[in-house]
Each structure stands twice: as structure tokens, then as C-alpha cells.
Design a protein around this ligand. Structure first.
Ligand code: ADA
Length: 566
């Protein structure tokens, strides 16, 4: 399942999900042995797509190269679009022994268009490599399991000779009369050998508002720029998340997306949605489960959201990578606000000037923003998490990242999560300042929060950012589910975790400059115990629910505090 609604009524699409042939390649011999053309079927096993291989018996810790193979039946000779919605790490794709191309980065889609694929049987082979190193994103040192595999669906689409490549919507919304000036952009691509005339029809909720003809030369890519005005729209917000179905039909092809109209601003240390201040009450959520890893099943996504909404949340930080498109669809439908980011996690000084990191980070941001540009739920992009941001090199990288994000999207806020709030030299680059701190866990005790905030306000004033809203983007402590007792200051007990969160939230909500909170974290996750040897049970145990989503004591404590805040 890719989206929660039908994207194409005309375009023929099928999912290549299910069993694929699979083989690990720990010595990395497959390329030299031409496995892309001669896949070693006799030694292969079967592997589900989408899935993380680490959830299969014997592969829990496997990190390295692995190959996938599937045969596909093309029903007729036709241009064909092959979309991979998420392959962890490096991916090389081959069709019938020929290399189609390469993609880096595990959480955004990539595609290949095959102009005239012949009817009949084809062999698709993918070489993946999830090796985490000093120049990958994520890095080799990261606080989650080093998963590998094809973690999201693979789509096979038959295209007509002229097809729609993408659809992007921008708008100016006047809150006074709820009128919208809508600007639409789409790319049409011709694979035809002759000039083609195409009928275009744009509609919103199935009411056509614009029709015309265009003509495309052979091989031409045509960018459409359209404008229209809408009167008296229904707004999208937390209480009533109204969505509109936008559809473009171009000849024999079509593409749908959903739009929600809302404004986002910051003013006097507050975040305003549709002109009104909102207090973001949230959690950090990894899209992870011990049984599925990052290949998170759709039904559990809605259950997670039921649990998160019952907690009193209106906000989720998608830590630390672009989540599934289906999950974002659910957020759009439920009116939940989302912070989205790429896995630029904990980059130390030594790698900040690495060219590969730099290029990969920019590319991954580009792909994330392109994928989710039309989303109502995304209100801010996170540029980084806990990088070394006290140095000129850190400043240069954050400048490049925030600069790129702003050049691609001027409609949303830009943020980032600092772990050096009292020394950070990049704070002026953000609209909203995200702070990760662990008083009561990694440092000090949980009575220190008021003093910390006072120090931060003083520091912020020296940097001229005292009027920017703050999101406390990580805070918390670990508790092993079921570890209860009378000693309420015992590390890893449910009581102690609840004490940390109670003290933190009570302090934050008394501070007018704190516009939001994201507890670390929603659910316990598998960690990387090679790096983090102190992660009891092999898990980061700071969830308010455990990995099977059973509530800890802190869940109910947080619920009471969150529900009491308007
Ligand atoms: C950091 C990091 C999280 C998690 C957390 C922890 O703040 O951003 O991903 O690792 O620390 O539990 O220590």
C-alpha cells in the first residue's frame, strides 16, 4: 500500500510486492560474478518485499550487500515506469541484465522510465548495500538498528505515450474570506515518435475548473503552469482537517493528489496555524517495530495514531527520516502536524566537511521535499539532528541545508534539533529552534529544567533569536516496561521515567516561548548495541509505550498533562 487514496484512475499500476529471490553477498562478489545477469538462484532464498531482511531468522545483524530478483510479466509492449518507494542504503537496479541506474538514500522514492518495454517476461535484479560508514546518511554510529532491504513497495506502471511526471500545488490563502489563489505546476513527458495533441482537464473534488489542449513535440517535456481562484474554501486544521482531491487528466493519463489549505507563520515566539497560535503537543516516532523493522505495516500506522491521539498529541516529529507516504496520508486525514527530516543524525566535527555527506544531505532533502511538497500535515522541515553545531564547519553545513530547504519551499518553517543549545552558532538560521536535552537522564536532574530554560533565554538574546519559538524536540528517560516499585528515583523504572516527563512538561508549558514539545520517544525501538552497549534488551527504552505499544506509567502521566493543555 503506497497511498491512502487512488492516485491513478486511468494509469495501469501493479505492485511488485510479495516474494522475491534473495541472497546475501558478504564478500561482495556478485558484481564480478555478473549476478545481475546470472543470479545465483540455486543458493537464493525467498524474501518478502517490502521487509527488512534483519527480521528474518539468521539475518538480524547482517550488514552489507544483498541481491534481490523478481520476474515480471509485461502484459503488452508499452512505456513502463518502475518506482522503488524505499530501498535502504545503496541500490543498483538491473533489468534483463542491463543496468538501469543507481540511487542512494533509504527513505525516498526513485524511478526508471523504460520507453518501449516489450511484452513478455522480464528479470528485475536489485543490488542493495546497507553498510553504514563515516560518509553515509545515516552514519555508522546511530541509535537505531542497522536495517537493510527493500523496505517499501515497488510499483510497475504502464504508461501512455504522454504521461504526467509530477504535480505541485502552491497557494495564497486569504483568511478573511477564505479565498485561495491556486498555482499548479505539472510536467508532461512525451515518449511518442510524433507530435501529440493532448486534452487536459484539471478538477478539484471531481469538479472540473480548467480544460485546454496542448501539443507536445516528440520527446518533449512540457511544464504546465496554471492558476485558478477558489472562493470560500474549507480550511485544513487540527480540529477539521478538510482535504480536497486534485486531479489532472492529460489524454490517457491522470494523477491525483490531496490538498489542505492552511497558513503557517511564526510571530512573537509563537507558531500560528490559520492565524491562531497553536501549542504543539507531540512525540518523536520512529517508524519501527521489532517484527517489521522500518517496513512498517499500514494497519499498525493507524493504531499508532490512535494511541498517539489518545495521549493528547496534535504533533509528531518523524524522527529521524522521511516516513511512509501512507503514514503522512493518515496525518493529513487526522489533522496532525508533522516535522519531517532526513537521517542527518549526530554528525561529528570530523565529517562535517566531507563532500559526499554534503552532496547526499542536499540530495536527500531535495527528494523529501519533492515527495511531500503538497502535504498539509508537514508544517516544518528539520535540517539536522544533533550535529556538531558549535563550529564554523557546522555553521557552513547548516547554512547550506537551510538555504537549500528555503530555496525549495518558502511556505513552511525550517527547524533543526540542537544538542548544544547554550553554545550553538546556527540558531539564527531557523524559524523555530528545536532543543534536545536530557536533564534527569544523561545530565543533571529533572529539577534543573527551569534553570536550563533561563540560561537558554539569556543565550538566545545574545544571538538575537530570543523571539523565535522553541520546540523542546527531545527529552525523556528510559523505563523497562513492567519495572515498577516503590522507589520512584530508580533508573529504568516506569516511575522515574514518569517523573522526568512530568517535571519537563510542567516547566515547558509554563514558558511562553516554548511553542511545542516532542517527547523522546513514542515507542521503544531496537537500537544498535555495537555502538550503544548500554541499551538494555537491545532497545532504546525511552518510549512511553514499549515496542509492542503497551503503555508505561508515563503514558498516563503525559496524557493528563497533554489533555489539560488547550
Ligand atoms: C538523541 C537522539 C535520539 C536518541 C536519544 C537517546 O537525542 O537524537 O535519536 O538517540 O538521543 O535516547 O539518547
Amino acid at each position: 500500500m503506497i497511498r491512502a487514496f487512488t492516485q491513478h484512475r486511468l494509469r495501469n499500476t501493479q505492485l511488485l510486492d510479495g516474494q522475491w529471490d534473495f541472497i546475501t553477498d558478504p564478500e561482495d562478489q556478485g558484481l564480478a560474478a555478473n549476478w545481475f545477469a546470472n543470479f545465483p538462484l540455486a543458493e537464493a532464498r525467498s524474501m518478502h518485499v517490502p521487509a527488512c531482511w534483519n527480521n528474518e531468522i539468521g539475518l538480524y545483524s547482517y550488514e552489507g550487500v544483498a541481491w534481490y530478483r523478481k520476474t515480471v510479466e509485461a502484459r503488452r509492449t508499452s512505456p513502463t515506469r518502475l518506482v522503488f518507494h524505499g530501498v535502504l542504503g545503496h541500490a543498483e537496479v538491473y533489468l534483463d541484465g542491463q543496468r538501469l541506474g543507481y540511487h542512494y538514500g533509504g527513505f525516498s522514492p526513485f524511478e526508471f522510465v523504460l520507453p518501449g518495454l516489450a511484452q513478455g517476461r522480464h528479470e528485475l535484479v536489485v543490488r542493495t548495500d546497507n553498510t553504514h560508514t563515516r560518509d553515509t546518511i545515516p552514519l555508522d554510529r546511530v541509535d537505531w538498528h542497522h536495517y537493510g532491504g527493500i523496505i517499501r513497495s515497488v510499483e510497475w506502471q504502464e504508461l501512455p505515450a504522454v504521461y504526467i511526471r509530477n504535480l505541485k500545488a502552491d497557494y495564497d490563502l486569504q483568511l478573511a474570506d477564505r479565498s485561495v489563489a491556486l498555482r499548479l505546476q505539472a510536467e508532461l513527458v512525451s515518449l511518442a515518435a510524433e507530435t501529440t495533441e493532448i486534452d487536459l482537464e484539471w478538477s478539484l473534488d471531481d469538479r472540473a475548473f480548467l480544460s485546454r489542449k496542448v501539443s507536445l513535440a516528440p520527446g518533449q517535456t512540457l511544464t504546465l503552469n496554471e492558476q485558478t481562484r477558489l472562493a470560500d474554501v474549507k480550511l485544513w486544521d487540527n480540529a477539521s482537517p478538510n482535504l480536497y482531491l486534485l486531479r489532472l487528466q492529460a489524454g490517457e493519463d491522470d494523477l491525483c493528489d490531496r490538498l489542505g489549505f492552511r497558513t503557517i507563520e511564526v510571530k512573537d515566539a509563537q507558531i500560528l496555524i490559520n492565524g491562531r497560535p497553536v501549542l504543539l503537543k507531540g512525540v518523536n516516532r520512529h517508524e519501527e517495530h521489532p517484527e517489521w523493522g522500518f517496513a512498517f505495516p499500514p494497519r499498525l500506522m493507524s493504531k499508532d495514531l490512535d494511541i498517539i491521539q489518545k495521549l493528547g498529541c496534535n504533533f509528531i516529529r518523524g524522527s529521524h527520516y522521511p516516513n511512509s507516504q501512507y503514514f503522512l496520508d493518515l496525518l493529513d486525514e487526522r489533522g496532525l502536524f508533522f516535522w519531517e527530516e532526513i537521517p542527518l543524525w549526530g554528525y561529528p566535527q570530523a565529517v562535517l566537511t566531507d563532500r559526499k555527506i554534503h552532496d547526499r544531505a542536499l540530495q536527500m532533502n531535495r527528494e523529501m521535499i519533492e515527495r511531500d511538497y503538497n502535504r498539509a500535515c508537514v508544517i516544518m522541515w528539520g535540517a539536522q539532528n544533533e550535529m556538531e553545531t558549535r563550529t564554523p564547519e557546522g555553521l557552513a553545513l547548516v547554512e547550506a541545508l537551510t538555504g537549500l530547504i528555503r530555496s525549495l519551499d518558502t511556505t513552511r518553517l525550517v527547524t533543526g534539533a540542537t544538542m548544544y543549545p547554550l553554545e550553538d552558532v546556527t540558531l539564527h538560521l531557523y524559524d523555530v529552534i528545536g532543543i534536545n536535552q536530557y536533564y534527569g537522564w544523561y545530565k543533571g536532574n529533572y529539577q534543573d529544567w527551569p534553570e536550563f530554560l533561563a540560561q537558554f533565554h539569556t543565550y538566545a538574546a545574545t544571538k538575537g533569536v530570543e523571539n523565535r519559538p522553541i520546540i523542546m524536540s527531545e527529552f525523556g528517560g528510559a523505563a523497562i516496561y513492567g519495572s515498577r516499585g516503590w522507589e520512584d528515583d530508580r533508573l529504568f523504572s516506569e516511575e522515574y521515567q514518569a517523573n522526568i516527563l512530568r517535571a519537563a512538561l510542567t516547566t515547558f508549558f509554563a514558558d511562553p516561548k516554548v511553542a511545542g514539545t516532542a517527547i523522546w520517544q513514542y515507542a521503544d525501538i531496537r537500537s544498535d548495541t555495537r555502538t550503544f552497549r548500554d541499551r538494555a534488551r537491545g532497545f532504546n527504552n525511552k518510549g512511553v509505550v514499549n515496542e509492542y505499544r503497551q503503555p508505561k506509567h508515563s503514558y498516563w502521566v503525559v496524557q493528563q498533562i497533554y489533555q489539560a493543555q488547550a
